[in-house]
Design a protein around this ligand. Sequence first.
Ligand code: 3PG
Length: 213
Amino acid sequence: MNDLQKKISQIGVVPVIKLKNPQQDAAPLSDALCAGGVCVAEITFRAAGAPEAMRIMTQRHPEMIVGAGTVLTTEQVDQTIAAGGQFVVTPGLDIEIVKYCQEKGITVFPGCTTPTDYHAAYRLGLEVLKFFPAEQSGGLAKIKAMSAPFPMFKVMPTGGVNLKNLPEYAASPIIAACGGSYMCPDKLIEAGEWDQITDLCKKSVEIVKEARK
Ligand code: 3PG
């Protein structure tokens, strides 16, 4: 793992965020996450203002690890770098995007769930993969099965992770960190319920700490 991946792994969870109104919500959301001990954010390109949100968060909290999610093109990689983003997450394994990120020196977590994906990721020299969609693809049982032929990888399961199943995922040594939108649901963002988001972050960090004991 590189230094950035180690830092993300130490935090243990990565909130997956779709921000419709970054001008209004990015700053208070970054405050809420960092107050909850989760000073990391995956801002997805599912909403148009992702670069703006990354820029606002990075400027407000220079210590925060901000990256992009749902990256589908190399242009979005460029936008991420220009916005100060430090990592790229893609839903699937796109060799062109992975190589482009490697050329540009930005950490990339491609979504992988099959032996074919893992094999390609191995050939690309990757060490940490997003395992997506985690629950729908077989969850921890599949992650463990995949680890037999591919023990060199740590994974970041995302998709269906929540406070209930987080303890089980976090306890596995194969898991680098768990991703999920459950820490920043649309409803809480729209209602400006920042304290509740801080609370969800604190609970998540606590669960990870307990699970890793
Ligand atoms: C992602 O983009 O990583 C997932 O959609 C997040 O999945 P979740 O909403 O089930 O946490």
